[in-house]
Design a binder for this molecule. Structure first.
Ligand code: GLN
Length: 279
């Protein structure tokens, strides 16, 4: 009998080789199939599946077995308690990036009309979260990819955000000359030869969103150097980077004469976001 609990168990077994979260993946894909929440699966473990549901679920499982990330199959991922649309044109939102949000919110007074820019916005998670949490702020979001900007705009509309302007731009090249209070970015920072790129979900994500030259540092260098021309005096720069780039990023910020340079650690204790103030 194809009842929910046995279908889930078999699916989890069949995904065990490709995923470290096989049962969760199976549950999410079954929820997508049935258009129900996970609580439904728990409430009705003995409910039989309709043949059409079974065949849809199997087609999702086949995609997952090929390694396709769950977020690209479902087309969405949660970030900072909001749901974001994603596609293979954009990086899948990571919980790690919530550190960047936390630090940004601490720097931004809730009731001031300040200016923020998010460089390389991808699905728009950073810009949209900051715009939603700080409705008085004027937010600019850029990406060089038009396909990514299309997704980011859809996400802004979905969350009824009207304090963001989007620009297609290669970092600052097409940003109107403005002085910002806060510049944030989660740029590409993985070395092109990093062996992690051959494993798991990242194999399916856009290389341009993940990788940068010079041991992953080339885009961070461009952003940190150019940001000096776009920051108000006293303005803040926050850049996410790899756990192994602490020394290089700190040295870079200091060479560029940023003040109060400091690196913050994520929940697993890894140094992941570096801060600098432009005096
Ligand atoms: N800003 C987006 C995110 O944090 C995209 C980042 C990227 O593509 N490197 O997910």
């Amino acid at each position: 009998m194809h009842i929910i609990k046995s279908v889930l168990r078999d699916a989890a077994d069949s995904l065990a080789l490709v995923s470290d979260s096989a049962l969760l993946d199976a549950e999410i894909l079954l929820c997508l199939t049935l258009n129900k929440q996970r609580s439904h699966l728990r409430a009705w473990p003995d409910k039989p599946l309709l043949p059409e549901h079974l065949s849809t679920f199997n087609s999702f499982l086949e995609q997952r077995k090929k390694g396709i990330p769950v977020a690209y199959i479902t087309g969405n991922r949660e970030f900072w308690s909001r749901d974001f649309q994603v596609s293979p044109d954009v990086l899948i939102p990571r919980p790690d990036t919530e550190l960047l949000i936390e630090l940004s919110l601490k720097l931004i007074p809730a009731d001031e009309a300040i200016k923020i820019i998010d460089l390389g916005t991808g699905s728009g998670i950073i810009a949209i979260t900051l715009a939603a949490e700080r409705p008085h702020a004027d937010v600019v979001a850029t990406d060089f990819s038009l396909a990514a900007l299309r997704i980011a705009r859809l996400n802004a509309d979905k969350h009824h955000i009207n304090n963001i302007q989007f620009y297609q731009s290669n970092w600052f090249t097409d940003v109107p000359k403005t002085q910002f209070n806060l510049i944030v970015s989660n740029p590409p920072y993985i070395d092109e030869d990093d062996s992690h790129l051959q494993q798991g979900d990242v194999r399916f994500e856009p290389r341009t969103a993940l990788c940068a030259a010079e041991q992953g540092l080339s885009d961070i260098k461009i952003i940190a150097a150019a940001a000096r021309n776009y920051l108000k005096s006293g303005g803040h720069l926050l850049i996410e980077h790899g756990y192994n780039q602490l020394q290089q990023v700190q040295a870079l910020f200091k060479d560029l004469h940023y003040d109060k340079v400091q690196t913050y650690t994520d929940l697993s204790g890894q140094p992941r976001v570096t801060y600098g103030q432009w005096i």
